[in-house]
Design a protein around this ligand. Structure first.
Ligand code: APR
Ligand code: ZN
Length: 366
């Protein structure tokens, strides 16, 4: 079988033949059907985020369970599954309080690139390869921990399901779960990409009043309007902080969202939140970089700057719910998929994302 392997940061992943071993205790083998092309993979390829190398890339995917290892009880062959790049261990404190995306076992899988027993199921030419986020979705087959494969309804096409595994959950969850935006709120969103458009549509779903979207590309701003933006600002020719203030009686927005991963735009989103308002950071900035905000404003204006990881997801509750909303015509997924690519075109898909041509691309396997 074939997979996309990153050998060196700063160089494109290589699509090549890879061996995948049988699933061990508590693991499942998944035949991938679709994998979304998310900016977080590009952050790793560019070296902005770390990963243990060499690694089979991809973290936004869905497929069909092919085989299960010993002791697996929650899924069976034939199940349609969405893959979770932060899977709950269901034993730790964080899983206990409903914040499994902070689970240290999941974190260890992300940072080591090994499954829970500390080993890997992938190899190429006798060399061991790591698992990205414990899921490695840019691969015709993948082995994941049982808890990383969440069964979903079978009437939703798996390319749509794949998007829920990262971008849709991350964007919608930032609004529903992290910020808990109230109806009538005025919101501003920086970045109308594959994740940001989901922040936009979630704000529209909870009846935010003003939905101001900031981007540097007019085609992205046009997409944002299709997803519910009421106002758009091109930050190339307009100061976005001033523009948001002008649209909110001079106060700033109740909630702002940064969905790019850039300390400069995080500072802008913070400045554009009103006194007592909340700026929510969804974009992952390069590790080690710092944000500069006026310290006194935290107190004198009681402003809040908070992070949102994976949409503060409770996967078993939220992901089936998002698919129900899609089937009921309330959540846009079809409109997110601008292009479909084969695995051997993956690097073209990354280039198209970098050029800002797509809302989301999806790699489909036959
Ligand atoms: N100001 C405004 N918009 C910007 C700027 C800027 N300075 N720089 C980039 N953008 C816009 C791009 O034009 C694009 O529309 O941000 C958007 C980013 O979208 P994508 O490349 O599709 O990235 P996406 O997959 O949505 O991820 C965004 O969220 O989960 C994180 O790791 C992910 O940090 C990444 C962020
Ligand atoms: Zn992602």
């Amino acid at each position: 079988m074939r997979a996309a392997v990153l050998y060196e940061q700063g160089k494109p992943p290589v699509i090549e033949r890879v061996e995948v071993a049988d699933p061990k205790q508590g693991e499942v083998l998944v035949r991938m059907v679709a994998s979304g092309v998310c900016h977080s993979d590009l952050h790793v390829i560019n070296g902005h985020l770390p990963a243990n190398l060499p690694v089979v890339m991809g973290h936004e995917g869905a497929g069909v369970v092919e085989r299960v290892g010993p002791g697996v009880t929650s899924v069976q062959p034939g199940d349609h599954v969405v893959l979770l790049w932060r899977a709950p261990c269901n034993r730790c404190y964080f899983c206990g309080i409903g914040k499994s995306y902070l689970c240290p076992v999941a974190g260890q899988i992300r940072w080591t690139g090994c499954l829970a027993d500390g080993t890997s199921r992938f190899s190429a030419g006798g060399r061991t390869l790591k698992h990205f986020g414990g899921v490695s979705t840019f691969s015709e087959y993948t082995v994941v921990m049982e808890n990383a494969a969440l069964p979903v309804r079978k009437d939703v096409p798996l390319d749509r399901v794949a998007l829920v595994g990262c971008g849709v959950m991350t964007g919608v969850g930032a609004v529903f779960n992290t910020a808990k935006v109230e109806p009538g709120s005025r919101v501003a969103i920086w970045g109308a990409g594959g994740v940001g458009l989901n922040v936009v549509q979630a704000c529209a779903m909870v009846s935010a009043d003003r939905i101001i979207v900031v981007d540097i590309l007019d085609n992205k701003l046009e997409m944002a309007r299709q997803f519910g933006a009421t106002h758009t600002v091109n930050a190339r020719d307009t100061d976005p902080v001033q523009a948001v203030r002008d649209l909110t009686d001079g106060y700033g927005a109740d909630y702002t969202f940064e969905v790019i991963g850039n300390p400069r735009t995080i500072a802008q989103a913070y400045e554009a939140a009103r006194p007592g308002g909340t700026a929510v950071v969804v974009g992952a900035s390069p590790v080690g970089e710092t944000v500069s905000i006026e310290a006194a404003s935290l107190v004198l204006q009681e402003k809040r700057l908070i992070g949102s990881l994976y949409g503060s997801t409770r996967p078993r509750v939220d992901m089936p719910r998002l698919l129900d909303l899609y089937v009921d015509g309330k959540l846009k997924l079809d409109e997110l998929i601008t292009r479909r690519y084969r695995l051997d075109q993956l690097n073209e898909a990354f280039a198209a994302m970098e050029r800002g041509e797509v809302a989301r691309s999806v790699v489909v396997y036959d």
